[in-house]
Design a protein around this ligand. Structure first.
Ligand code: ZN
Length: 340
């Protein structure tokens, strides 16, 4: 049996070492002493993914503005910070010894504009936001946030719905387990059927949805236009309704993605050329999915697989590391582990 007090002490000592390493600069670039082989090994595009940025968060589970700023300042010391279009150019014509980093955010929450953009401006770091468009156009929260809030707030209203009873009977689970079960089940539905079910759920909840925390607010059309007008920002595609590749049919995926790209072009005046797979993917996309992505004018796609993008990386399977939410020292420490 694990002694929890010992485990806690070990954790605290590890965190202390990270703090010291960070403060004393052990994790600084120090590229001068590296030989060519080391440089080649460290060459690559390091992409990072976040979702929210809050002005303040007591729970430590969401990235705060201060910690985002700390991460960006740390990355700027050791990498060339590039936009995704610049990163794609580099992937097509990479130079040995380059270390590039790119920042991305998925989904399209309003805090990316209100809290994230001022931090990016203060640090002069470019970023890409992969935006779903359904919630931008309807003003409603993301369907998965509605489901998660519903499981947390009013299980009575939730379990009165026939489709919820069906899903929870097939795989019983409570609390977060139920939320995940419902979200995973809804991911398998065609976007239109999913929308019907989520509407039913919103109606059953009545005014309960007004209690959604402010950080779950999506970008409005005007927010999105303001975000897109920043020279630091690139807007990427993320499907209209957050359709997961491999869950809904390929024709549903094509329609949902085409709708997303058209809406983004209409809203921002620019057609997106990069895509992030909702919920990531584990395997390379099928030849058919690749042809859908190419046909819609996309050049590359990001997963949530944690790997450094290098010479000859598959442009449809680009990796990203989480920005995380913890102290900057912990982020710097994890980064150092990848670099060597
Ligand atoms: Zn997403």
């Amino acid at each position: 049996m694990v002694d929890l007090r010992t485990a806690d002490r070990v954790q605290r000592v590890k965190q202390g070492v990270r703090e010291i390493a960070y403060i004393t600069g052990v994790s600084s670039g120090c590229t001068g002493f590296l030989n060519a082989a080391d440089r080649a090994r460290r060459t690559g595009l390091y992409a990072f993914i976040g979702h929210h940025v809050l002005a303040d968060d007591e729970s430590d589970s969401i990235l705060t503005a201060e910690r985002l700023q700390g991460r960006l300042l740390h990355l700027r010391k050791h990498f060339d910070m590039v936009s995704i279009p610049e990163a794609l150019e580099w992937l097509e014509n990479p130079s040995m010894g380059d270390r590039l980093a790119a920042i991305t955010f998925d989904d399209g929450y309003r805090d990316n504009l209100t809290v994230g953009l001022p931090v990016l401006e203060a640090t002069a770091v470019p970023a890409t936001v992969f935006v779903c468009t359904e919630q931008v156009l309807t003003g409603r929260p993301f369907w998965f946030d509605v489901v998660r809030s519903a499981t947390a707030s009013d299980s009575g209203a939730l379990t009165s719905l026939a489709w919820v009873q069906e899903i929870s009977a097939a795989s019983p689970a409570g609390g977060h387990g139920l939320a995940d079960t419902l979200v995973n089940a809804l991911n398998q539905d065609a976007p239109t059927l999913r929308a019907e079910k989520v509407n039913e759920l919103s109606e059953a909840l009545g005014g309960g949805l007004n209690a959604l925390p402010p950080h779950l607010q999506p970008l409005s059309p005007d927010d999105l236009r303001r975000l897109a007008s920043s020279p630091l920002m690139t807007i990427g595609a993320h499907t209209h309704t957050h359709s997961v590749v491999g869950c809904c049919s390929e024709s549903d995926l094509r329609d949902d993605l085409a709708r997303n790209i058209t809406a983004l072009e209409e809203l921002t005046g620019e057609r997106p050329s990069v895509f992030a797979y909702p919920k990531g993917v584990t395997d390379a996309p099928s030849v058919h999915v690749r042809s859908i992505l190419e046909e819609l004018g996309l050049r590359a796609a990001f997963t949530t697989k944690r790997h450094i993008n290098r010479l000859n990386s598959d442009p449809w399977m680009l990796g990203r590391f989480p920005l995380g939410a913890g102290p900057v020292s912990a982020f710097a420490w994890e980064l150092m582990q990848l670099s060597f």
